[in-house]
Design a binder for this molecule. Structure first.
Ligand code: NAP
Length: 287
């Protein structure tokens, strides 16, 4: 039996693919309503994270911030209290590596195992099973879960010991979030000097100087509608995780820190649950 905890934008799609591949799936989410479609397709509901861990051999989590993960794993009904018999916990949330390392130790203390396996790719790739898994942990554990990861993703990148998947994910999102911020800044600058928004956006996207991932953000910026694929508040959280990690390792992050403050400003403006492309609205001049 496979367990899945956290049925948000990413988790719901990942869990669905696992179910559709024929796996027996036991699921839990803070908001039970979000599990309805999966329950109708045959998943089993668990009343707590502990129950998922007791009944599953491998448990996936796809949650938001480190403190949310900790609220799900600790306590009487927490995931850790249900781990035993070598159960393997695979955390796919984006967090800093120090948390992955801490939770690996917690899992081991409970007789379980741990792998960090955050993902590159957003809502669309999660729906289509096209994610890239960035994985840290023991080779044997990763080999055991690879067939499951391949149901949800197109590649499995083993980056090293526990924590190295999370470290890699922070490096990936450094480029993603900076690219988004610089595209938004270029378009809002262009408009300020009288250029046409759509014409400029299309030109930028045609040139090799703009990251290809931004093709998917073109319509959001041109039409001003930001249907959420990657919530802006998570982009801000990732920059914070990056910042804390770089402080510990001593790496300077001058551009990421400027981007982080921009995302903080956008979140303060109430854009936290919009797609992260809405950072453009924080820059755009009111006319
Ligand atoms: P999301 O849609 O906001 O879903 C978050 C999940 O966490 C939901 O299951 C939510 O439960 C749960 N949660 C939030 N606060 C909670 C709390 N206090 N207690 C218990 N559960 C709580 O997030 P997402 O976009 O799927 O992202 C999940 C993770 O993947 C994040 O770490 C994100 O950075 C990362 N990620 C996201 C993307 C993307 O494009 N969206 C891509 C790659 C990686 P409820 O349903 O009850 O709210």
């Amino acid at each position: 039996m496979i367990g899945f905890i956290g049925l948000g934008i990413m988790g719901e799609n990942m869990a669905r693919r696992m179910l559709e591949s024929g796996q027996d799936l036991i699921i839990h989410n803070r908001t039970k309503d979000k599990a309805t479609a999966l329950l109708e397709k045959g998943a089993i509901w668990a009343d707590s994270p502990a129950e998922v861990a007791q009944k599953a051999d491998i448990v996936f989590t796809m949650l938001t911030t480190p403190s949310v993960v900790e609220s799900v794993i600790y306590g009487e009904q927490g995931l850790l209290s249900g781990l035993s018999n070598n159960t393997l916990w695979v955390d796919t949330s984006t967090v800093k590596p120090a948390y992955s390392e801490k939770w690996a130790k917690d899992a081991k203390d409970q007789g379980g195992r741990f792998v960090d396996a955050p993902v590159a790719g957003s809502k669309g790739p999660a729906e289509q099973g096209k994610l890239h898994f960035l994985v840290g942990g023991k080779k044997q554990d990763i080999e055991e879960i690879t067939p499951l990861l391949e149901v949800m993703g197109q590649s499995v990148q083993h980056m090293g010991d526990v924590g190295k998947g999370s470290a890699t994910k922070l490096a990936v999102n450094l480029t993603l979030v900076q690219s988004m911020a610089s595209f938004a800044e270029a378009v809002s600058f262009g408009e300020s000097v009288g250029l046409d928004r759509a014409q400029l956006a299309d030109l930028l996207l045609m040139l090799p100087t703009t990251a290809p991932v931004l093709d998917g953000k073109r319509d959001m910026i041109v039409h001003g509608t930001f249907e959420t694929q990657f919530p802006l508040e998570h982009a801000y959280k990732d920059l914070q995780q990056l910042s804390e990690t770089a402080y510990e390792s001593g790496a300077p992050l001058p551009i990421s820190h400027a981007a982080k403050e921009l995302f903080a400003f956008a979140k303060q403006k109430g854009l936290g649950r919009e797609d992260f492309a809405a950072v453009y609205l924080a820059l755009k001049q009111d006319k």
